[in-house]
Design a protein. Structure first.
Length: 349
């Protein structure tokens, strides 16, 4: 089969690799229908994270089950499944507490599992899925093709935006600011409206992303940053700042922007993958009583609920994929996102 590997800074290649097989009784092999490039994939692509040796890429996928191990009970060949961005067994204490990303047996796409066996990356044609029962979520039926983007969004960005909103305590009647206009930030706008926020303010300096934020429910867009951006937020929220601010970037500047935009006693929900040295200024938190929560989104915990809403037509995160690429053009997909010409690239094998 063909799969995507990164060899170094801005060096993405599609290569022939061995087809995956069932290697343990808890495995499944999935034929990938659609995958995508994540904003976090750009950190190694840009050289922010060192690449010591070639490795598989991709951690978001939907597809059709082709084969299962003898112990797999929840999915069968022919099922359409969604795979969250971390593999988990679903039975350990952390999974039972809903924090599937801290599974005691967790595995990452494109790396070895605890048994030393490769879990294929999501940007390919097939994938061996370890711990299939704990990881995969089955759709009731194979969906129409036009629904695939929305289902793919549930594997990461929609669930991550939802986690930001929950971590910030978003609810009815609240004012919400979203810092970051990438796919996660845009889904955080959608999640905030879904949870009943009264006013959602998206911070965006790009016309296409601002337009999609408004489509997803943003009531206002603020282009200013730093002190000017925080002042603009205060002016729009009675002079005090927003009830909840969702940090969806992962840099020192974006975290400071979030804290400065939150009212005293408000909450920050952060889900941006840390890069560029974000830190928490304890003195500021102490004096303002701002609470900070969040982290790696346990998407597997949210998938059933969000899947029901997508299938019922109540939730449509699919438009976050603004460009589709053939898998053969995966290097172009990375370039498009790196150059901010593409919000989120969908890959079709």
């Amino acid at each position: 089969m063909r799969a995507t590997l990164i060899h170094g800074t801005r060096d993405i290649r599609l290569e022939d690799v061995p087809d995956p097989t069932v290697q343990r009784p808890t495995d499944a092999v999935v034929r990938i229908v659609a995958s995508c490039v994540c904003g976090s994939d750009l950190w190694p692509y840009r050289g922010v994270r060192e690449i010591r040796e070639p490795r598989r890429m991709g951690h978001e996928l939907v597809g059709i089950v082709e084969e299962v191990g003898s112990d797999v009970r929840t999915v069968t060949p022919g099922d359409f499944v969604i795979a969250p961005f971390v593999l988990s067994d679903g039975t350990c204490p952390n999974c039972r507490n809903g924090i599937f990303t801290s599974c005691l047996h967790a595995a990452g796409w494109g790396s070895d599992d605890e048994h030393g066996l490769l879990v294929d990356g999501g940007q390919g044609e097939l994938a061996r899925v370890a711990m299939a029962d704990g990881t995969l979520v089955r759709a009731p039926e194979v969906p129409d093709d036009d629904l695939v983007p929305s289902l793919l969004a549930l594997s990461d960005v929609m669930g991550t935006g939802h986690h930001a909103a929950l971590s910030a305590g978003v609810g009815p009647g609240q004012s919400v600011v979203v810092v970051g206009d990438g796919a996660v930030g845009l889904c955080a706008v959608l999640a905030s409206k879904r949870l009943g926020a009264e006013r959602v303010i998206a911070m965006s300096r790009h016309d296409d992303r601002a337009a999609l934020a408004r489509r997803f429910g943003a009531d206002d867009v603020v282009a200013a940053r730093g002190d000017d951006g925080a002042e603009a937020i205060r002016e729009m929220t009675g002079g005090i700042g927003a009830d909840a601010v969702l940090e969806c970037v992962g840099t020192k500047e974006s975290m400071q922007q979030a804290l400065d935009s939150t009212r005293p006693g408000g909450r920050v929900g952060y889900v941006g993958v840390p890069a560029g040295g974000p830190e928490l200024p304890i003195g500021q938190l102490f004096s303002s009583n701002v609470t900070v929560g969040g982290g790696v989104a346990p998407v597997r915990a949210y998938l059933p609920e969000l899947l029901d809403d997508v299938l019922a037509g109540r939730l449509d995160p699919g438009p976050v994929f603004d460009t589709t690429f053939a898998l053969a053009d995966v290097a172009d997909a990375y370039r498009g996102m790196d150059e901010r010409r593409v919000i989120k690239a969908l890959l079709r094998p």
